[in-house]
Write a protein that binds this ligand. Sequence first.
Ligand code: GUN
Ligand code: ZN
Length: 460
Amino acid sequence: MRRHLAIRGRLLWFEADPAFAGEAALRFIEDGIVLIEAGIIKAVDEARVLLPQLTREVTLVDHRPHLVLPGFIDPHLHMPQTQVIASYGTELLEWLQKYTFPEESRYGDPAVSAAAARFLFDELLRNGTTTASAFCTSHPESVHAYFTEAERRGLRMIGGKVMMDRGAPPALLDTPQTGYDQTKAAIERWHGRGRLSVAITPRFAPTSTEAQLEAAGALAAAFPDLPIQTHLSENEAEIAYVRELFPWSDDYTAVYERYGLVRRKALFGHCIHLTERERAALADHQASAIFCPTSNLFLGSGLFDLAAAREAGLRVGLATDIGGGTSYSMLQTAAEAYKVLALRGEKLTAFEAFHMMTAGNAEAIGLAGTIGQLAPGYEADLVVLDSRATAALRRRMQRAETLAEELFALMMLGDDRSVAATYANGKCVYDRLNTGPRLPERGDQLASAGRPQGTEAAQQ
Ligand code: GUN
Ligand code: ZN
């Protein structure tokens, strides 16, 4: 007999971008149920409507008073940088040479890659992130480890073999041909298997020769539906270097355009110092700019201009950029996004931020309609948030009178401690009060308040 799951809590999701649609974008059910069958959301409604319909084969998990949202999505991070995070004192180009490239050089070792993949997914799930788009390293071993671990856990993940054929230690370099072949092999092996997708991943223009960018463009043409991920316009010295390396190009974006790498589902990390022409070109091609605030602050790269991106009609995602970024938490990432924008005189409401972390990022990575909302037919990836998880949050919440206030305080003060549980593919993959992944069983009796109550629906 197949078991079904009913998750009860304060349900919150977004059907549109509140930056444009206002509060009409928001769906909130104070006491609701998400009914899940075989990893897919079957129904979402008020508890009073769904409770009487639950049969004996449904396990009801009561997360009240916690919020239940679509799982967070992190559209830009680096799987081999979990031991680079928090490395002192450099800007981008020196940081790459001094810390990042030596560390990534270790990932040809399958054991190193496997341990890093395990750590990364543990950490993402602990932070409520159920989908990420990750750069592996140039080594096929890192790609193998990443997808093997994601598949084992039933996660929806995007990853890519980094293509880089210059400007780094020999242990990290491929060639235009091997970069092409290894990416193609990864696509054939992993793309579309379970919930996995492969992204074509030229690291950035400075570490690829024109021959390699051409090879990446050939892959993009051969696989028109694949995501592409790279970096763009992060740092002034990087931009000057690109000007030197590609003297024929009018600007940085035009290098990628020339090789057919700017299109729908092309994710450009950073996009801080773009010109108006570049923003318009990215928007015309339906590409996505990925805002990585903790990284941009940590590396002193600059302040992303959200208003200019919106003005240009450019889709924007919000990401951690581990390990240039300094937090695995999308809540903390949103908090730093708010502060970056404050320094520019721009605003980010809590509704906009929570939309970005869920449906907005789903749209940015081309997965709208699959993940990012609580609606029938969507994959059942969920995060359960405790907005009173810490003493500071509890005290602040005594003065929070609206949902907007609660969410804003949660994003400013919250982190992994606010993630009460994470569900992926309809299963509990993280439960803060248990030590490991857990699927509630029939008749579970759990004592402490706020803890999921595995209760037999038919006994209600
Ligand atoms: N540009 C090229 N590679 C990287 C990287 O690993 N991190 C960041 N932040 N920028 C990059
Ligand atoms: Zn990056």
